[in-house]
Ligand binder design. Structure first.
Ligand code: MN
Length: 191
């Protein structure tokens, strides 16, 4: 199965000023494209040749895990933003956030703290178990909550390539800005 580069559901400049066009062009067109190319080179002849991405991420290690994890992570990442995003979730996700984190504001605070507190490269995830229980999961490098049997709902990328052109070392400022472009309808559809 050939792994394809996920199409952006918006123009490369559409998320400005939160994420600059140049950052999207490098992040999607260069970094993610490289993970896709690597994975397409690694898979032929392995038992994962015809597997879907989640199956590969759950069952692989080494270079296949790293590249498949990053392809999965970025497919979730790039499809969770919208130039008309921001605001708050609604419906059952909104209710669950209040149940498990006390308030939407407290969830945001804890989620940002998870991203800021991650040493080195990785991801902060909002994840759900099969009963709908929510948790914030910190994953280093290419990690994804699917390896813990959880469903990823929202992921903030804290690799420097995600923010360095726009925010340099100010990871916390970048994470705070990301709320303005979160497409909660897309996130809710994963729950
Ligand atoms: Mn990235």
């Amino acid at each position: 199965m050939k792994i394809e580069l996920v199409k952006l559901p918006y123009a490369t400049n559409a998320l400005e000023p939160v994420i600059a066009k140049q950052t999207i062009e490098f992040h999607h067109g260069k970094h993610l494209q490289a993970y896709v190319n690597n994975l397409n080179n690694l898979l032929p002849g392995t038992k994962f040749e015809n597997a879907d991405l989640v199956t590969i991420v759950k069952n692989s290690d080494g270079a296949i895990f790293n590249n498949a994890g990053q392809v999965l992570n970025h497919e979730l990442y790039f499809t969770q933003f919208s130039p008309t995003g921001g605001g708050r979730p609604s419906g059952k996700l909104a209710a669950a956030i209040i149940m498990y984190f006390g308030s939407f504001e407290n969830f945001q605070k804890e989620f940002e703290a998870a991203g800021v507190g991650l040493f080195g490269s990785g991801w902060a995830w909002l994840a759900s178990d099969e009963d709908g229980k929510l948790s914030i999961i910190k994953e280093s490098n290419a990690g994804n909550p699917v390896t813990k049997g959880l469903k990823p709902l929202l992921g903030f990328d804290v690799w420097e390539h995600a923010y360095y052109l726009d925010f340099q070392n100010r990871r916390a400022d970048h994470l705070k800005e990301l709320w303005k472009i979160v497409d909660w309808k897309a996130v809710e559809s994963r729950y």
